[in-house]
Design a protein around this ligand. Sequence first.
Ligand SMILES: Cc1ncc(COP(=O)(O)O)c(C=O)c1O
Length: 445
Amino acid sequence: MNKPITTADAQPNDLSQFWVPFTSNRDFKAAPRLLVSAEGMYYKSHDGRDILDGTAGLWCVNIGHRHPRVVEAMKAQIDTLEYAPPFQFGQPLAFELAQELSNITPEGMDRIFFTNSGSESVDTALKIALAYHRIRGEGTRTRLIGRERGYHGVGFGGISVGGIVYNRKFYGPLIPGVDHLPHTHNLEQQAFSRGQPEWGAHLADALEDLVTLHDPSTIAAVIVEPMAGSTGVLVPPKGYLQRLREITEKYGILLIFDEVITGFGRLGTSFAAEYFDVKPDLITMAKGLTSGYVPMGAVACRNEIYQAFMDESPAGIELFHGYTYSAHPMACAAAMATLQVYQEDGLFRNAAELSPYWEEAVHSLKGLPNVKDIRNIGIVAGIELASIDGAPGKRGMDATVKAYEAGLMVRVTGDILALSPPLILTKADIDKVIGMLGDVLKTLD
Ligand SMILES: Cc1ncc(COP(=O)(O)O)c(C=O)c1O
């Protein structure tokens, strides 16, 4: 066996066996960035450096790293019940967690289906939408509508409704009967907006055109991220989500909010639905549900949707769908403790209270070399850099690597840097994140 990388002076193992996801394996294995431990706002790198976590891991570690209450709850759970089958059997914590979670989902959306990831939550929500129409006798509603630049994970359902070309183009025709709304990004109209851009609500009217083209009787659901994170932080224009809700309601189309990133306090509220005051029919979530301590996702749906399955399905199983690890006991224990931490430590409030300070801080980077746009909402920021001619993505990646070398973790999509630190952050942490990133931006080619 190769020597594990656990100490500050450890030499990297043989890195060839692990196929690293969504990463240039050739670049990464030539200069790996390995994280060996973590606490609070910081990771420790394999070469012994503190790395300030500017991204809550991958938009998930909202309560910060190794929170003792969650660690304890997980230890206690493994000593009690490590696994129970979720089909035809159950375990109490699954029901208790669904109840706890329903206390923070929008009113009337308290029926919860558990999954293991955001991608599974998206596929689950799309399947619930299709099956819902069918059991009610509207089986012609099979079309799904996503949005350009949308990211809904990597399942076939998610990449079909998703709108990021590299995530789609290698994988054949995808699922049929999918169409896309235009994305909402327009630098000419929106550059350096603070919070929601003023311009762009009318882009939701494109849904009317799709309804006219396909006929409402063929459309099952529209899925959007209320704030598109992975494509580079696209904040919805004022009035846009409201307009989508009006149109979907008018034509009996289900509206799915993919809140895998925006759920659990990222915008200072439980969910973006609350922040924007728009209630969808289904909400997908994952990441912040367990703060990333163990994989878990969920779909919350309107009670009427669940009830339709109970009322209209023939006797027996109402929804032919589920995962071996749906409501896994370890995940339930982590999620229960995480929800408690959110509440007891007031983390959503902390995010809400700090968001004006965050906004000021991130916009202070305006004017630095190559900064084309800065956008923000809640405790999220996107910093769009000018691309190097003929080498799109290079400047963004260079910034990410330099930031890491300087002790800061940022996330990159093309030439857009995203920041989304843990919600335990303080003003001093914000100053550090922005100070370090500013220094990096000044040194970029
Ligand atoms: C909006 C959204 N949906 C779905 C996913 C996929 O989640 P996972 O990677 O857990 O499958 C992500 C991941 O970033 C996401 O941001």
